[in-house]
Write a protein that binds this ligand. Structure first.
Ligand code: C2E
Ligand code: MG
Ligand code: MG
Ligand code: MG
Length: 286
């Protein structure tokens, strides 16, 4: 792991200062014990169906709470888990914990679809199919309530293999979403051939939707394709009511973002659903 850690740093374009170097090594060392020390936990971010105003899903998002550093961002530690070869074990824990939570919600009568992110390394593991099956069967969850998220760029690295694997997973009843859509380079032909259920439009296209026409054109086109293929189209990173109005007018079917809720503990999802009023519904803007 030490030599891997070094090569990782050497590969960094800006030569890190000594303190950055030490800091990264310390983070890496701590990651080796984080799983057994139960420092990881999942939070869930709600997704609302724009057609019904109902919370229909929640994406699981990994958090690392270090005893002295506090919360570390997944953007920082997930690439390290990958390069250290730890993502397989942590990814399996994520799969099992999220499936268990989805099952708990089923038993409470909440038919929530739970999103689970797969990392690039995980996606390349030869036994990924079996590992996912194990998590689903162990938990007893209805596979239709689990949505695996893989990024568009990852799916495009080896499209032929992705099509096979996603197809097999989908045959077991699981749902598949293409994550961060629009920032990769799918050819339209591949998009049409991927066995998927949903497209998640990247936040980059949502942020400026109210004033950048090019972003509206892209979102409208993706949505039209999604509709034709019978897919859900989920917009990520919707923060304001105005963005939501634009997104809705373009035909997007679901939104996820701070407007509906930030990532939260599972119990908070239940409270949110119990008291949920669609944003803007209380104060009509006419
Ligand atoms: P992602 O899968 O695209 O997840 C969406 C990210 O956007 C989350 O960041 C979420 O908190 C953030 N987000 C959602 N709505 C808004 C919004 O309205 N405004 C803003 N500014 N941000 C919003 P987070 O939790 O920091 O996760 C970042 C990325 O880390 C994820 O992107 C995903 O690629 C990765 N990740 C998180 N959890 C896992 C995991 O369990 N496994 C794997 N392999 N990757 C994960
Ligand atoms: Mg995701
Ligand atoms: Mg995403
Ligand atoms: Mg994203």
């Amino acid at each position: 792991a030490q030599s891997q850690a070094r090569s990782l740093l050497v590969a960094t374009p800006n030569t890190p200062s000594n303190s950055r170097f030490t800091e990264t090594l310390a983070v890496e060392r701590a990651l080796h014990t984080a799983l057994e020390r139960r420092e990881f936990f999942l939070v869930y971010q709600p997704q609302m169906d724009l057609r019904t105003g109902v919370i229909v899903g929640a994406e699981s998002l990994l958090r690392w709470q270090h005893p002295t550093w506090g919360l570390v961002s997944p953007v920082r530690f997930i690439p390290l888990l990958e390069s250290l070869g730890l993502i397989s074990d942590v990814g399996q824990w994520v799969l099992e914990d999220a499936c268990r939570q989805a099952r708990r919600w089923e038993q409470m009568g909440l038919a929530l679809r739970v999103g689970i992110n797969l990392s690039p390394r995980q996606f390349l593991e030869p036994d990924l199919f079996d590992k996912i099956q194990r998590a689903v069967v162990l938990s007893g969850v209805n596979p239709a309530h689990i949505e695996l998220e893989i990024t568009e760029s990852l799916a495009m690295q080896d499209p032929a293999n992705a099509i096979l694997l996603l197809g097999r997973l989908r045959e077991t009843g699981l749902k598949i979403a293409l994550d961060d859509f629009g920032i990769g380079h799918s050819s339209l032909e591949y998009l049409l051939r991927f066995p998927i259920d949903a497209i998640k439009i990247d936040r980059a296209f949502v942020t400026n939707i109210t004033h950048v026409q090019a972003d509206r054109v892209i979102v409208r086109a993706v949505t039209a394709i999604g509709q034709t293929m019978g897919l859900s189209v989920i917009a990520e990173g919707v923060e304001t009511l105005r963005q939501c109005d634009f997104i809705e007018a373009l035909g997007v079917t679901e939104i996820q973002g701070y407007l509906i809720g930030k990532p939260m503990e599972s119990a908070q999802i239940e409270t949110l659903i119990a008291n949920f009023v669609r944003p803007g519904a209380e104060t009509p803007t006419n």
